[in-house]
Design a protein around this ligand. Structure first.
Ligand SMILES: Cc1cc2nc3c(=O)[nH]c(=O)nc-3n(C[C@H](O)[C@H](O)[C@H](O)COP(=O)(O)O)c2cc1C
Length: 411
């Protein structure tokens, strides 16, 4: 954890040689504007992508590039001591694999060998999808996680090489958010530490994203759920010290911070996976935010249905309510259900909420309406059996959820 008696402000940024190096310039610039002290180490390869002058101009300090430069031969020890937080961004496959293997043949890897895991070490990979998915890289990332390095997920999207997939550097604002969440002062860190003691590693399951019901091998019926709210809640709960499992649709937004993840596709798939998770674990809380299809196609076609058909009839069958299964499989867990409504009629909304309390035995229900979701700024109402807290932003909602969980005895 961070030094306890001073406000953390020293950030050491390590840059390795990726095409995404230019993005870290924004990170440095914005952190500097927020009055953090920044020191930068650049690998030899990084200097081929961005110039020393750019980094010096942005950070107000000459970046360190040579482990053996006269007068700074002990930098790997001094820098490690100076920093309140270390960020490797972008992290190349080469540097990640060297770190996991324990090599120390340049300043970045030597700094990592001198790291004592008493302060945050964040790493955000950037590379071609194939390099990212390479078994060596994946194994190294797993090893580094085990050691205590925090891996910020890569983004999915179009890569510099033209391929589409995972490996893209996280956008600067998300990197800054992750860094700041570790640097917002000792008070927050202390409260997180306190939470970690209080929470007794309470276990939370969060479901996220929307199901995809196959029509044939290439077409699906799905919904507009993105997993954004669930991923946000997930990140905040991880940050508060809870042990979170994220059961997410394959295309749902992922949390930035590391946690156990299980993915699903269809109703049938999530039904199996949630049943498996609930039978093998004792979750204190289950936050069921996934948008589950009410209907599945009776018999999805093999291959691709011909597109010459003038009319096409699909037969759908109603799925059982997954949420009603949760308390049956895990009676001691507390259940927070989500209800998306699309009406202004208060009685209709109340009836739907009551249904979740009665049929699914929810302990809490979070309701939001499509009208606010559409604007990109959801407004949430949190119901307990005899109380209602209205007009919550997603930030307010997370605070409420955290308080609820903290006040509950472990199962
Ligand atoms: C144009 C170009 C772009 C590159 N982009 C990446 C990248 O995004 N990620 C990566 O892991 N390697 C990338 N590489 C390869 C690394 O630069 C190379 O493995 C280098 O040895 C990394 O050194 P370092 O880890 O010490 O910085 C790129 C190479 C070139 C020529």
């Amino acid at each position: 954890m961070l030094k306890s008696n001073t406000t953390p402000k020293n950030i050491l940024i390590l840059i390795s040689g990726s095409i995404a190096c230019y993005k870290v310039c924004t990170v440095i610039s914005q952190l500097k504007q927020k009055n953090y002290s920044i020191k930068v180490v650049m690998s030899e390869a990084a200097q081929k992508f961005i110039g020393i002058a750019t980094i010096e101009g942005l950070s107000s300090e000459m970046p360190i590039t040579d482990m053996y430069a006269g007068g700074s031969v002990m930098d790997h020890i001094h820098l490690a001591r100076w920093a309140d937080l270390i960020l490797l961004a972008p992290a190349t496959a080469n540097t990640i694999n060297k770190m996991a293997a324990g090599l120390g043949d340049d300043l970045i890897t030597t700094l990592f060998l001198a790291h004592d895991f008493q302060k945050p070490f964040l790493l955000t990979p950037a590379m071609n999808t194939k390099m990212y998915n390479h078994p060596t890289t994946q194994k190294s990332l797993t090893e580094l996680k085990k050691m205590g390095v925090e891996i910020l997920e890569t983004a999915s999207g179009v890569l510099a090489c033209g391929e589409v997939g995972y490996g893209r550097l996280l956008e600067p604002d998300l990197i800054i958010k992750a860094v700041e969440s570790r640097m917002t002062g000792c008070e927050k860190i202390k409260s997180i530490e306190k939470n970690i003691q209080n929470v007794n590693r309470k276990k939370i399951l969060i479901t996220s994203g929307g199901t995809q019901e196959p029509i044939d091998d290439v077409r699906v019926i799905t919904n507009k759920s993105t997993g954004k709210t669930a991923a946000f809640i997930c990140d905040q709960l991880i940050e508060s010290g809870f042990e979170v499992t994220y059961l997410h649709a394959e295309n749902a937004k992922l949390p930035m911070f590391d946690c156990d993840k299980v993915s699903y596709l269809s109703f049938q798939d999530i039904d199996l996976k949630i049943s498996d998770l609930l039978t093998k674990n004792n979750f204190d809380y289950i936050i069921h935010a996934a948008a589950i299809s009410d209907y599945s196609v009776v018999k999805s076609a093999n291959g691709k249905i011909d597109s010459d058909e003038e009319y096409l009839t699909l037969q759908l069958k109603k799925n059982p309510k997954l949420i009603q299964k949760i308390k049956k499989l895990s009676p001691n867990s507390k259940l927070i259900g989500f209800k998306l409504t699309s009406t202004t009629d208060a009685t209709t909304i109340q009836n739907k909420i009551n249904g979740l309390f009665e049929m699914a035995h929810c302990d809490y229900v979070i309701q939001n309406d499509w009208a606010t979701v559409k604007t990109g700024r959801s407004v949430f109402n949190l119901y307990s059996k005899n109380n209602k807290t209205e007009n919550l932003t997603v930030d307010d909602l997370v605070i409420e959820i955290t308080q609820i969980i903290l006040n509950q005895e472990s199962v």
